[in-house]
Design a protein around this ligand. Structure first.
Ligand code: AMP
Ligand code: MG
Length: 431
């Protein structure tokens, strides 16, 4: 039996990341680009900023003119954002400038409006906006504070230069990345193809949710849990339904799932019961079984196998236990990281762990690494972890529902007492 850390390490050696690519366009389909994984590092074709520009509403000046303040300068033009300066500043001259506007030639600093005084009869704003191109020569501004050279100037190329890599390969595109690609006019980007992940539920007792339950039957909730979980990783879920506990049916279903996916996840049928056929069938299909159990609670029976296709590609198979909590914990701890790696994500692929303070005493049997589901909340001093009230039976889906963290009691520990730190695997839950 492997420890969780050993199992994770081994799984990472078994994944062959997807290398085939497709092109997406952030301008045509920004939503579709969200979460897609970059297959190339886009290089900037532009300097950022594209030209020296003002970080403030104020006055563009020559610092040489304003060493001693207060000093009055002649305002020779107004430069709003988007307008090309028409004149170069000469000695004793300033230009009214607005945020983002191009710095005029000769200027080497911007003095913010609040550190100036405008000696106009009418308001400076009205007058300047009325006649932007044709300033009366007697318009003056008094500079009250000496700026240093480049004050409030965003210098051309100070954020990025032509040829700089804007993003790294293997990055999952988020909103800021999409903004950057749009700003850089690199809207068409190469991303990895999304992996297809087939999902199977095994068990004679299982029925779909809309079917009336007969005594002894339960709803196949894992199919839906796993579909949603796979979708959250950015992979394409391929739900393949319920397979009865019949050796031939299981074999056909697994072969079919392998044929049309990059990874297969099944739930149920991996324990040591009489109807647990998954491992045997995998062996018959020529799979290599790498893991059959992991010292975690819940979710000890975990099958990890690889299947080589004739085309030389290798597919990973996860056989999760059937209990809903076991299946989900197994997914969060082992499957999600493997999908991240398969998808071409740069890593780290491991789940995100944080340290939190236990808000109550937490018990475990000490024999396996124990995952307790519950809530993490941010307090003023860090995270707190509160175990979900109610039964932590692996068959209990009810109190698992609001989980956003799995508190981990290490193997060998029987309790974590109130106020002690506990490592928590964070779960992306919907808000
Ligand atoms: P198994 O791992 O097949 O022995 O199943 C363990 C327990 O999980 C049994 O009580 C099953 O009824 C339950 N179970 C198995 N598959 C599912 C499923 N797809 N959805 C919900 N519960 C399931
Ligand atoms: Mg079963």
């Amino acid at each position: 039996m492997f420890t969780a850390a050993e199992a994770e390490r081994l799984i990472f050696t078994l994944v062959s990341p997807i290398t085939s690519r497709e092109t997406v366009d952030v301008a045509d389909d920004p939503i579709g680009c969200l979460g897609r994984i970059l297959a190339t590092a886009p290089l900037s074709q532009l300097d950022f900023p594209h030209w020296d520009n003002s970080a403030m509403d104020g006055y563009a000046v020559r610092t040489a003119d304003v060493q001693t303040v207060p000093v009055s300068l002649q305002v020779i033009e107004e430069i709003p954002a988007g307008k090309l300066p028409q004149k170069a500043l000469g000695p004793g001259q300033a230009a009214r400038i607005l945020t983002g506007a191009m710095l005029p030639e000769g200027a080497d600093a911007v003095v913010m409006q609040e550190e100036t005084e405008r000696n106009l009869q009418s308001g400076p704003k009205d007058r300047l906006e009325d006649e932007p191109e044709n300033q009366p020569a007697d318009q003056q501004v008094v500079i009250l504070r000496s700026p240093l050279p480049q004050n409030f100037v965003r210098q051309r190329g100070s954020f990025a230069k032509v040829g700089d890599a804007l993003l790294t390969t293997g990055r999952a595109l988020g909103p800021a990345d999409i903004a950057l690609l749009a700003a850089a006019q690199q809207t068409s980007v190469q991303v990895y193809r999304r992996p297809r992940v087939a999902i199977l539920s095994t068990g004679d007792e299982l029925v779909p949710p809309h079917q009336p339950l007969q005594p002894g039957q339960i709803v196949d909730s894992n199919q839906y849990a796993l579909t949603a979980l796979v979708a959250q990783t950015g992979a394409i879920p391929v739900p393949m339904g319920i397979v009865p506990d019949d050796r031939l049916a299981v074999k056909r279903a697994i072969a079919g799932a392998l044929a049309q996916s990059d990874m297969v996840i099944s739930s149920g049928g991996v324990s040591v019961g009489d109807y647990d056929y998954v491992d045997e069938v995998l062996a018959e299909l020529g799979a290599t079984l790498h893991i059959r159990s992991v010292a975690v609670k819940p979710g000890k029976p975990l099958t990890v196998a690889t299947v080589e296709s004739e085309r030389g590609s290798r597919r990973l198979y996860f056989g999760l236990p059937g209990n809903p909590a076991s299946a989900m914990v197994g997914f969060w701890r082992f499957v999600a990281p493997a999908i991240a790696q398969l998808s071409g994500h740069q890593g780290p692929w491991s789940p995100d762990f944080v340290w939190a303070t236990a808000t109550a005493d937490l018990q475990a049997d000490g024999r396996r690494e124990t995952y307790l589901w519950g809530q993490i909340t941010a307090s003023a001093t860090g995270y707190e972890f509160a175990r979900a009230a109610g039964s932590h039976s692996s068959g209990n889906l009810i109190n698992l529902a609001n989980t956003n963290g799995l508190g981990i009691v290490p193997q060998g520990n029987q309790q974590i007492i109130t106020g002690q730190p506990i490592r928590v695997l964070t779960i992306r839950s919907a808000r």
